[in-house]
Design a protein around this ligand. Structure first.
Ligand SMILES: Nc1nc2c(c(=O)[nH]1)N[C@H]1C(S)=C(S)[C@@H](COP(=O)(O)OP(=O)(O)OC[C@H]3O[C@@H](n4cnc5c(N)ncnc54)[C@H](O)[C@@H]3O)O[C@H]1N2
Ligand code: MOO
Length: 580
């Protein structure tokens, strides 16, 4: 996708507030030009500490925001804000990591070498209230980044690696890990591509009653089983008339749903309802409001009635056999309606891939307030509906604690197409995902991704027809893994088309990681993406207020730069997000 195409698509795809949250829509509509005033002041950086400001500090926060980059973002170790003048302007494809990221960007290099980040960091801590809270750490540079991936690690290096063989080698670029475990991270676009190809074919089509087809993908083109309309129909309530007026009106009217009205001859009219069959011989329909009766009981037109007026001719919308929708269309409520209108009782659809969710971690509570080192499980409640929105059928959500045996039993015994685990992807003392994959002799397809948050995410083929996506435990990192690995895999399994890619200019500066892609929650305001605060790996506050994620290239982005946008599923094809 070149820059121009992306730009026009982006703006076209995103008219003001088109899919944004209600607030966003009104901001976009009313203001037209995004800015603090148009979002009701929520983006006012001076309110950052108030707890109501979700926006990243705007460019206007200037030194504060840029300075806030501080060369780092504590939790995920990202951080170098774009140096002034840095960031060759590229199309969103490039900038969004689609076709080569800006590794080795001159400005980025300059920024690092000159230590600009650090200087900026000092500014941030003074200038932008709430930043430490946002990122959850305060000044320990480099956490999570010290062994950050070298650029250019080839995707193929990580493909087809046997889990047993791959563990602990860590002999290539792109390594990182905790507790000595090393991953072989691959670039974010490569990881998505690997996940999209991992499942070889969509599932075998099933035929289901119309009412069960919502959210499936059509396995065959939808062709009309009938003409639509299937007979000439009145578009209005009024009179079917034959020839020019005035007309003698027949006593008996024609209602919708009645068969075979009597033919009219010139000079005759008959009362007709919207949707009723047009009598043979009728030349037009005169609307009720456009006719008047004289004393003799004859009908006169009060305006011209052209031939064919308000008659919907048979086959106006389609002829029997016409292609209405291609295969791979997601069945939306409108598609259900069209299919019914066109004569379908059942539809052939690609079945939803079946997913088992395994939530790991002894520290997780399923109710009540966090206490004594225990926290609420945020992923158990979040993932099933998110996965459904991505086309999956969630069979089970199981909480397994940090029990290696239970995890092994659950993975080995799962009949799902996809097993999604949460937590335990790294190699702390109770991180059991890698050892379990080795035990079941899985093939590691992705073992770490050059993306923040979420870099320890993984994808494995556990059996010929089953995959496992390991999501990191930090909640926003899990979202990143979901969209990076689970979404493309499920898309292939469900037979869904890839969404149209698009880019939008970012309203405010977005800090970048020195080497890795960042996924940053954004609100869509008109035709701009507004980065949201509270975007640390352990936080959900930003994403909960977001419409999408922006794909931020290494080095970050200055205001106005176009970034690829990943819509959250309920903002676009969210069928099933809430309804099933
Ligand atoms: N020495 C290093 N330590 C860590 C690194 C690193 O590079 N070097 N990476 C960090 C990153 S980044 C992530 S992400 C995590 C990934 O760890 P795991 O996938 O093994 O996740 P856990 O350790 O199990 O949990 C991490 C964090 O998330 C919380 N969590 C887990 N599950 C849930 C849930 N269902 N709901 C809410 N919160 C959850 C958990 O309590 C931890 O706080 O490793 C870092 N460490
Ligand atoms: O930042 Mo970690 O990348 O939370 O996944």
């Amino acid at each position: 996708m070149n820059e121009d195409a992306a730009r026009s698509r982006g703006t076209a795809a995103r008219p003001a507030g088109s899919t944004a949250a209600p607030g966003a829509a009104s901001a976009g509509r009313s203001g037209g030009v995004p800015g603090p005033a148009s979002d009701g002041g929520r983006s006012d950086p001076t309110r950052a500490g108030s707890g109501t400001c979700f926006m990243e500090p705007s460019a206007g926060a200037g030194a504060g925001a840029g300075a806030g980059a501080g060369g780092r973002e504590p939790d995920d170790g990202t951080a170098v804000g774009p140096a002034p003048g840095s960031g060759r302007r590229r199309g969103p494809a490039g900038s969004g990591g689609v076709a080569g990221q800006e590794r080795g960007d001159a400005g980025q290099e300059r920024s690092r070498k000159q230590g600009r980040g650090r200087k900026q960091g000092e500014g941030r801590s003074q200038g932008v209230p709430g930043r430490q809270e946002e990122h959850g750490a305060s000044g320990t540079p480099g956490d999570g980044t010290s062994t950050s991936a070298a650029s250019g690690t080839s995707a193929s290096a990580a493909h087809g690696t046997n889990a047993r063989a791959a563990s602990g080698t860590g002999d290539a670029g792109g390594e990182h890990g905790k507790g000595g475990k090393r991953h072989r991270a691959i670039p974010w676009p490569d990881a998505r591509a690997v996940a999209g190809r991992a499942a070889r074919t969509p599932g075998t089509p099933v035929v289901v009653p119309l009412q069960d087809a919502l959210g499936l993908v059509l396995a065959a083109p939808l062709t009309a089983l009938t003409d639509l309309p299937s007979f000439d129909t009145s578009a209005m309530d009024g009179w079917a008339v034959a020839g020019p007026g005035p007309w003698a009106v027949r006593a008996e009217g024609v209602l919708a749903g009645r068969a075979g009205p009597e033919a009219l001859t010139d000079g005759e009219a008959v009362r007709i309802a919207t949707g009723a069959r047009i009598p043979r011989g009728a030349t037009a329909v005169l609307r009720s409001e456009h006719g008047a009766m004289d004393a003799m009981g004859r009908l006169h037109p009060t305006r011209d009635v052209p031939h064919g007026q308000d008659i919907r001719p048979r086959g106006q919308e389609c002829r029997s056999g016409d292609l209405l929708l291609p295969a791979d269309t997601v069945v939306t409520p409108a598609v259900l309606g069209l299919a019914a209108a066109a004569g379908y009782d059942t539809l052939a659809g690609v079945p939803r891939p079946r997913v088992d969710v395994l939530v790991l971690g002894d520290e997780l509570l399923t109710e009540g307030l966090p206490r004594e080192g225990l926290i609420r499980d945020a992923l158990g409640p979040m993932l099933p509906s998110w996965l459904r929105a991505l086309g999956a059928d969630v069979v089970a959500v199981r909480r397994l604690g940090d029990d290696a045996e239970a995890l092994h039993r659950a993975v080995a015994g799962s009949g799902a197409d996809l097993v999604v685990t949460t937590g335990g992807t790294a190699s702390g003392p109770v991180d059991h995902v890698h050892p379990t994959l080795r035990r079941v002799d899985a093939e590691l397809l992705v073992d770490g991704v050059e993306v923040r948050p979420g870099h320890p995410m993984l994808l494995a083929r556990t059996r010929e027809d089953q995959h496992l996506v390991g999501l990191p435990g930090n909640p926003l990192a899990a979202v990143s893994g979901l969209l990076t690995l689970a979404e493309p895999l499920l898309r292939t399994l469900a037979g869904r088309r890839a969404p149209e890619r698009y880019a939008l200019p970012v309203r405010d500066v977005v800090h970048g990681h020195p080497h890795d892609t960042r996924l940053v929650p954004v609100a869509l305001r008109g035709d701009r993406a507004v980065p949201l605060r509270y975007n640390g790996p352990a936080m959900l506050r930003g994403i909960a207020a977001a419409d999408a994620l922006a794909v931020v290239p290494p080095g970050g982005a200055r205001p106005g730069r176009e970034l690829e946008i990943l819509d959250l599923p309920w903002a676009t094809a969210g069928i099933g997000a809430c309804s099933t």
